[in-house]
Design a binder for this molecule. Sequence first.
Ligand SMILES: [Zn+2]
Length: 842
Amino acid sequence: MPLFVLGPQCLIFDMPARGETSLSGSAQIEQALHRLNTLGSVLMIAAHPDDENTALLAYYARGRSMRTGYLSLTRGEGGQNLIGPEQGDVLGVIRTQELLAARRIDGAEQFFTRAIDFGYTKSADETLAKWGREKVLSDIVWVIRKFRPDIVILRFSGTPRDGHGQHQSSAILGQEAFFAAADPARFPEQFRYVKPWQAHRLLFNVFSFSAQQEKEAREMPNRIEVDTGEFNPVLGKSYMEIAGISRSLHRSQGMGAPERRGPSKNYLVTVAGPVAEHEAFDGIDATWARVRGGDSIGKILSEAVRTFRSEQPEKTIPLLLKARPMIAAAIDDPWARVKLAELDEVLALLSGLWLDATTERYAALRGSVVTIHMEAINRSEFPITWSGSLVFQNENAGFQIGAGVMRDPLELAYNEPHQDKSAWKVPQNQLYSKPYWLRKPHTADIYEVDQPEWIGLADTPPLLTARFELNFNGTSVTLDRPVHYRYVDPTGGELTRGLVIVPAVAVNLPEGVVLFPSEAPKKIEVELKANAANEAGELHLDLPQGWHVEPASQPFHLGDEGSEQALTFSVTPPRAQSEAHLRAIATTKDGDISSGLTVVAFPHIPTQVLFPDAAAKVERTDVKLTARRVAYVMGAGDQVPEALRQLGSDVTLLSAHDLAERDLSSFDAIVTGVRAYNVRPDLRANQQRLLDYVHGGGTLIVQYNVAEGGPFGGHRSGELAHIGPFPLEIGRDRVTVEDSPVRFIQPDHALLSYPNHITEHDFDNWVQERGLYFASKWDPQYQPVLEANDPGEKGLEGGMLYARYGKGVYIFSAYSWFRELPAGVPGAYRIFANMLSARGQR
Ligand SMILES: [Zn+2]
């Protein structure tokens, strides 16, 4: 009876042998057999989710059977979310999952560095200084040394041609990493796990932002062409069609893309290594010949490819079993390691072997016992026995749970389900299941990762992995499966989600920022939710001296699992301006808990559970507001309404019906949310009613909208044609440096003096940027109020325009209120309060 222990591969997560895929049946098997017989690899490097050339990834992964990877330096945290209010860390989690979903379509693998997308910047120097050049370089080198690509493809040139400073940086660092990965003197601490690696060739896949750049690309010397319009009859699609499906999964970026047919030219230019004259793999032997003794392995696998019959897939198994010991004999070669794991997964495909490991619930508490059900079904006539199983924990380099050995090997008869069971007592010190890159506090620019061997991984390894020990007619084969929760959603059908460890009581602070615009006390509500029955304890708020909380603590008792209770505290701020951090702490029999629970659920990605700290920023700063009743037209999603409530206004969200029918005259001000004119046809349809409201004495504040034909594409022309009462054109100008100076064009302008006197200090401590999509042209009836610019550029006056119209006021403001208000920037509150109070300014 085999008592097996964990192999060394658990120490360092080798790349997955079983990437999940959108394919099944004989198309999947044919792809897998070709892949097994191809030993070439290509790694694409760029800065963001959506920078990748998806068609080229699909071409190499699905068309050429190469091992293909995309290394995105960041997770896209700084972008604009088109499907909800999530920003920053949570947006990074959503985009990570969108990229993984896209890779399941195009067949490539996904990697990231620790770098954070801190927002748009025009400069590579700013980017590299913020990230820490050596840190991000070391991460790229690490991924190259682990992945060992033959070809590295850059998406950008490393020059201002690339636009975004993070694009430029991805090419500057990618080029440096190409050489540094091969240099034994660089990052020697990595050699505990990997060896130096010299990729054969570095290519630039020309990214063209304009027709002019497109023309330049066609004229570049030494370029080779790849036609991703080629049709793949096994898949029934061209690589461009696959790319359209894959790319459309970038939903948070509004990246819906066409599935193009017909030819599609891509250009690749050699940057380093021998010049490619015909194709990217010129001079690279992507066959088994590159492994010692590989010729005979390649012959057997070629025969497997040639003789595979989709109606009798198990007939191909003996050929694979013949090649297997030969590959195992060459296991010192990293290629053999990769291919052995791949081969074992192909055996499962050929036998229709179903292996699954599930738990009874998706969440578990510290100290509880999790039962793991393993199931195996052989859906072929090929003789397979199940000889053992075990479950291990991926934290701490693979901690084995129980011996998990079966007494008698089970013969897996055709289509007969067989089960095994294991149990795990969750340790009292088990971490809550945070994504690995969010476990430690981080700056706005780079993550801190505790386990260096996890750097580069797209996602956190599953908490538990089940290992199945099988025997294919005399040959031992080991296959791993993540332990997950499998369930049926009435509208979504059968789904899975990862097993997570949750706090017994989730402590949620609904507001991330609490503003005290005066000395008056404010109520702060804390929401408790039970993840187990009969949880009880005491809740208190932790605040520094000078802040006063009533009561000092409150008892709570939650009944059934899932029950909720809200407890309210009264907080009195200090008299003077002050900023502090508040923490809510529940003391229970199992210790102190100060974590909330947020579920991120979208139909296009697996459900994610996050555990934000039960902490908030409290801000005492004087802000006067004369507007009480404020209406908000939500656009693509932002957190501005909560911020306006913090100011003390009563905020109403306007529905399509409200816009069309409701009497608007009772509102002191109406505010349109970010990109509201881009995404709300009902807003555009009722623009005249809004302008009439202004004419009659109201105040309308329009936040930024994306210029038509902007990077998100697809906007119908004319969308923004009537955005103001007088002609106004929105351009692409941005001010990206968050501390760049802002000048007052008319220092005594009403907007800068009533009811709050605005000074340059109100532009202190802004985050990420000043503003975006400034107006580029406007009628003289608008008065520009502020001027700002990035270093070395000309001043831009189109960020804040003020116009009187009839008895009211219209304000266009493309400053980044949607970032500054939720971040608790005091000056942003004061300026926004003045805009809302414009009605009282005359
Ligand atoms: Zn980008």
